[in-house]
Design a protein around this ligand. Structure first.
Ligand code: FAD
Ligand code: NAD
Length: 402
């Protein structure tokens, strides 16, 4: 009998954890597992707001996949997935086509622009190592350019669209970075403007308690961030953004963090999607193709009350555990176990040394919350790479600080 072929698409939180758990738990040659990812590194998305603003080096937000995967157990293919053919049980990559018995899709999300004119063309977004390198370089370029054309104050105007968690975390870092850039480029800090434009009446997700939201916004305002609340961006141009109230903000930098949608490959493959994401059954399988497991931002999992859980790394990691366990259960002829989300809480950074969040229902803010965020990050590194990875990252961070 041939060995069951598992193909995992994407080495993000969901896909990588599925692979690592299979590597750890499967017997020798029990499954034939292939992990496909477009880069040879895993990026720690939860960290990307820092290298985007330039408050940390992007190397601190990525890990080489071969450092995490034992290639005697898991085959790693560095390639881009072009097409999923669920009827034929095949996936088309750049250079090859793979067939599978079971597929795990963990291809993450794409930026949701809601069809806002110019957003795709003129705004940048925090998505990957390459996108954050670009944002960082662009910010510095704007500072350099402002010295060549001192009348162009718009070069020093930064617009961040959306004040959810991503927008808030980035704005916090950007505000921390501005004094350093002003010093480096001899720029008067009063010439710099940071606008965070948000369609809803407050920043941060409405699920957070109001006192934490107010705390977060107060911290940002103290750092010099100007909010435009209950104001949607209606269009984006090469020169700036047009707001719902008709106002035009001329800006050299526009970063869009207005939302996400699932990877478009799923819709192209014929899966029923809602904003690009697929609603999955209790064992994380597609209702249309029971041999396809879907994890992370590509999936929609609902609470027992029927409300979709937010797309985040926490749920993606737990889905990775569940998918790996169920693949092994199936291989061993045992019953699969349903996925149950264990919500541990949420902590959002507000920049250096400050954060807000909930641990289950307990509110945390300030230095304690910031420390907890570091603990959460370290716990994830431990989960994927053990103490050696934490150690390696600590040394790397020390080097980049000196
Ligand atoms: P991802 O982690 O995005 O991984 C997808 C993988 O698929 C990537 O490796 C990508 O390269 C690969 N891929 C994509 N397309 C292809 C293709 N065609 N071919 C081959 N490979 C491909 N969540 C939290 O819980 N806590 C946080 O603190 C937090 N902070 C965040 C901060 C920022 C700035 C952002 C943007 C998000 C944050 N999130 C956070 C959300 C969290 O990062 C995502 O929910 C999580 O990354 C989703 O995991 P995933 O496995 O679905 O996809
Ligand atoms: P989001 O959808 O949570 O927030 C987008 C924000 O943009 C919303 O507040 C929305 O009102 C606003 N918006 C939409 N259209 C707009 C417009 N035209 N003009 C102005 N504002 C507009 O997206 P996100 O913040 O990128 O988060 C994506 C997912 O990642 C979420 O599930 C989030 O929980 C998760 N995440 C978590 C953390 C954390 O836990 N620390 C950090 C980042 C992201």
């Amino acid at each position: 009998m041939s060995t069951t072929k598992i193909v995992i698409l994407g080495a993000g939180y969901g896909g990588l954890v599925t692979a690592i758990r299979l590597q750890k738990k499967m017997r020798r040659k029990e499954l034939d597992v292939t992990l496909v990812n477009k880069h040879d590194y895993h990026y720690i998305t939860t960290h990307l707001h820092m290298p985007a603003a330039g408050t940390d080096h992007h190397e601190n937000a990525r890990v080489t996949i071969s450092d995490l995967i034992d290639e005697r157990k898991i085959r790693f293919v560095k390639s881009t997935v072009r097409q999923i053919l669920p009827d034929e049980k095949k996936v088309v990559l750049d250079e090859a086509t793979l067939d599978y018995d079971y597929l795990v899709v963990g291809l993450g999300s794409e930026t949701e622009t809601f069809g806002i004119p110019g957003m795709q063309e003129y705004a940048m977004s925090i998505k990957s190592i390459n996108s954050v390198r670009f944002i960082r370089q662009h910010i510095e370029y704007m500072f350099a350019k402002s010295k060549m054309e001192p009348k162009r104050k718009d070069y020093l105007t930064f617009v961040v669209g959306g004040a959810g968690f991503t927008g808030t975390e980035f704005v916090g870092e950007l505000a921390d970075r501005i004094p350093v850039l002003c010093k480096t480029y001899d720029v008067d800090p009063t010439d710099v403007r940071i606008y965070n434009v948000e369609a809803s009446p407050s920043a941060l997700p409405p699920g957070l308690p109001i006192d934490l939201i107010e705390y977060g916004m107060e911290v940002m305002r103290r750092k010099g961030v100007q909010y435009k609340l209950s104001t949607a961006i209606k269009a984006c141009t090469a020169e700036g953004v047009i707001l719902g109230n008709g106002e035009f903000i001329r800006a050299g930098t526009i970063v869009w963090s207005g939302g996400i949608r699932g990877n478009s490959l799923l819709q192209q493959a014929g899966f029923d999607v809602q904003r690009g994401r697929v609603k999955v059954d209790s064992c994380l399988r597609s209702y249309q193709f029971s041999d396809v497991f879907i994890t992370g931002d590509c999936s929609i999992v609902t609470s027992p009350e029927g409300t979709p859980y937010p797309a985040n790394a926490q749920i993606a990691v737990q889905q990775g555990y569940n998918a790996a366990r169920n693949l092994l259960q199936m291989a061993r002829g045992k019953e699969m176990r349903p996925f149950v989300y264990d919500y541990k809480g949420t902590v959002a950074s507000l920049g250096r040394g400050d954060a807000v969040g909930l641990l289950k229902v307990k509110k945390v803010k300030g230095r304690l919350a910031s420390f907890l965020k570091k603990v959460i990050d370290a716990r994830y590194l431990y989960l994927i790479g053990g103490i050696p990875l934490i150690w390696k990252k600590m040394i790397r961070k020390q080097k980049s600080a000196t």
